[in-house]
Design a protein around this ligand. Sequence first.
Ligand code: ZN
Length: 775
Amino acid sequence: MIDASGDGRSRADYALAYAARGWAVVPLYWVDERGECGCGLAHDGQTAHRRADGTEFVLSPNSRGKHPHSLFAPHGALSASKDAATLRRWFATEPRLNIGVATGEISGIVVVDIDPRDGGDTTWADFVDRNGGQMPDTIIAGTGGGGQHVVFQYVADQVIRSPGKGVQVKGNGGYIVAEPSRHHSGGTYVWLADADPLEGATPAPAPEWLVTPKSADTLVLRGAGVRAAGYLSPQRVVDLQAAMQHLDPDPYETWFQVGMALHSTDAPEAFELWDAWSQRSLKYNVNATRRKWASFGQREGLHVESIFAWAAQAGWTGESPRVAVPAESVRVARPVADVQSAGDMGLHELPGALGEVIRYTLATAAKPQPDFAVASALALGSVIAGRRYVAQPFGNFTSLYFVLVGKSGCGKEHGRTAIETILAEAEWPELLGQSGYASDSAVFSSLLLQPTHIAFIDELGALLGNAQSEGMHYARAAMTALVESWGNCHGIMRPKAYSTANLAPQIAEAMLKRVVYNPAITLLGMTTPATFYGSLTGSAIEGGFLPRLLCVQTDIGRQPMGEKFATPVPPSVVDWINASRNHASDRGNLAARGHGAGERPTTTNVPMDLASMRAIRAYEADVLQSMDALDDEGIAELEGRSVEKVLRLACILAVSVDPATPRITADLVDHAVRYVRHWTGRTVQAVREHMHGSRFAQWQADVLRSIAKGGEKGRTERELARANALYNGLDLRQRRTVLDALVAKGDIAFVESAGLSGRGRKRQAWVAVEAGDEE
Ligand SMILES: [Zn+2]
């Protein structure tokens, strides 16, 4: 593609340059030589396009080459990125992308967008004249359509008004199209000389006359210019929906004006919103609604702020649900739920065929362990879906690593038996891998033979311990290869040069030429608590293996052998496995007989709907918060893979529900989140209690010593802080965590006793349970 800017810089170069100056980039569709939009959909303002979740949207002619790429930026401007690796990936995958720059806080800019087609140039010139005729020296771009983008510094809570027709202010949630993007008219967006941010120009503060006092009337745009062409943030959609509850679609005038106001956003959600609201009228007619929508031009003076103003007049108080709890009715045209809802399921259940696997596993167990049955069912799901199903838009595959932690004799081996029996019955023994890996070349050569397989490791705790011992290079290298494979499901694995050292030269040479596309290992490890917790050290976390594990611990101890029933593998499970793995178009998916590893497998996309994306974003925010909290203890990395685990789990659950047309829905994400949150929480607790040498363990030991010195009286909170400088330096949450951990281990207890002062106030203190340390 010829770059219209002609200076030899690629679009990726531009995107990276923007990111380098702190601007977040939004990947947009491009326009081709005929002026058509790269999304390939009709931009006629009329044709209804359907999303994966069944909802519909309409694209206007003016948004050609301006709307976010649905795969890279599923949340529009909210998907904007400053991450160089992300940008390189986007532009390597699709070099034609137009470049958007997110406005608002994320990039520190607010942009006045002047569109001459709506008379914006006159509006703006008049407005500047009326305010003294002085424009600050700031960044300005010419838009490909003959307009201008004037860029100012973003200031939180500052309100900037649109002076009128044809001028939009873009702030939080919005974006602008930037150089060297091409406009559908054939023109190119360019920064003006002397005002080019890539040449070092910086945005000026918005002039006084542009900033509006907060008490201004309803013409004021809320926030720092929230209106964004082509995009409504999820919160905005929910806000509009709440506001429109207060408006009656029956009077023609209201119906018409609300429609025009929504249409002016040019956002894909706009028609849905209007259509859903219109349906509250008895006069509703789907065709009339669609025709009317198509008739709205690009020259109306109304914008969505009018809707909020009308709603306020009608009694709306401005309240609306927070977006983490998406309003159900936003998702209109959703077919009646045809999937089994995982929404109310407990952690001992799974939706779809894997639920059947749990029941089978428990029915055939001499020593039933519900938590282990769920984990092994998920491990089976992981290997069945392995290398075949890919959740989109994140592109994640399904490999998961489980470790079952339980005393010997508690029944943790049964999951393996159940999986082996099921795979044999379904005639997929090729998916069964070996029992453990002695080195990294063992990991690699097993993948060459079986690019998709499940490996059972009997003493995972011992392997983990070995990997951290001096001199156990092979064990450590095997762990590193497993970490690499976990992270590389979407990519390619290559052999390490040194790993072929113990092979015959010609085999080694052949090996070095071989690669594994989309390696898909599923691990089901077993360990006793003593070995496992004994192996926990800081380096187990830093090495990355522990954070990738899902550790499932049972509270059910040793059990006597119960009665065992001869239960056949349910035919529905066999059918499900074959439906998941047998496809006529198979290429590279076959695990057996050494072929397939060097070919890219044919994959099936598993789309996520909007609500499930929101659930993931909300969970991601939670995870980041809990990582911050765990940072002090040096164990934040334990949460570092939680979001990826949830995505993989959700993909497995979607396949469990429907292997032919799997879809990730919010209830599946919720279930996956509950599962990962539960077991990660348990792991964090276990690490706190058992990990040696961590900063947190040192705190505990130190505080315990101090408390023990208090003897029988123990130490009050205040005494502890006075006596122990370390404790005094901790914040309240850290103090709480240390004391809780000591209580959980039975090292200290909280006691109340009559105060020595005799004034009836009780003394509340911590005492060491075994005062053996007393000096
Ligand atoms: Zn398009």
